[in-house]
Design a protein around this ligand. Structure first.
Ligand code: SF4
Length: 239
């Protein structure tokens, strides 16, 4: 997997942003996360070696825009160029998560059509109100590969009426950091059951820092959060 961070910095838009890790990490070095800047890696996908081969090898999954939001207003001026690079590298698959699906149509390339085959867009759904707001927009948008990212999961969510073959995977996890809000096993198990009933792949990625099971809250160190989720054995892949 390759990582491509085009721009850095963001603005908080919904409940899931309250303890944003970008703000947390920037605060440690006195950086203002609300100042959005292009990164030095902006053109990474089209950089070449001396022999003319691309630095990012064909076939890679490219995890994109992970200290900002691809559809951020501040990045409208750079997005057309980003789409051009994505179109040029059809031999890569780009994946990004957004909390701004309502801005999907801003600076969309003319040849987008029903969506580029090499792009997966994951929409964040952290609570029921964001499900009601974002899901209709997300399902309406012409996107070839859609996923849902329920991180941080902040409450029990009913997504079932929107789930089906058009959603390739639901990923769930808790919140990280010292001030993390609780994530409850029951909410995760309930979402998993919805995915199974609708034949959608489910991935429990990490527990978050404050995990609740059977009414008991447990603090889980960062280094343990992914392993504990894996150990739960909840991942589901439809046949
Ligand atoms: S959209 Fe993502 S990167 Fe931006 S403030 Fe919210 S959590 Fe942070």
């Amino acid at each position: 997997m390759a990582r491509w961070n085009l721009w850095h910095g963001c603005h908080k838009v919904s409940a899931g942003c309250a303890h944003c890790y970008v703000y947390r990490i920037d605060a440690r070095v006195g950086r203002d996360s609300s100042l959005v800047e292009k990164t030095a890696d902006f053109d990474l996908p089209i950089r070449v070696n001396r022999d003319g081969s691309y630095k990012v090898q064909p076939g890679e999954m490219v995890y994109t825009c992970f200290t900002s939001d691809f559809f951020l207003e501040d990045a409208d001026v750079w997005r057309a160029e980003a789409w051009r690079m994505i179109r040029r590298r059809r031999d890569l698959h780009f994946f990004f998560v957004t909390k701004r699906i309502e801005r999907f149509y801003c600076a969309l390339p003319e040849d987008w059509g029903a969506g580029y085959e090499n792009v997966t867009i994951a929409c964040t759904i952290e609570n029921q109100s964001m499900a009601e707001k974002r899901m209709p927009i997300f399902l309406e948008a012409p996107i070839r590969h859609r996923a849902l990212n329920c991180e941080p999961l902040l409450e029990r969510i009913n997504l079932e009426r929107w789930l089906g073959a058009w959603i390739e995977r639901v990923t769930v996890g808790g919140e990280s950091g010292e001030d993390a809000r609780p994530c409850d096993w029951d909410w995760i198990y309930d979402l998993r059951a919805q995915c199974i009933r609708r034949g959608v792949a489910f991935h429990f990625k990490q527990t978050g820092a404050l995990f609740v099971k059977n009414g008991q809250s447990v603090r889980i160190p960062r280094a343990e959060q992914q392993r504990r989720a894996q150990m739960a054995g909840l991942d589901y892949q439809p046949k």
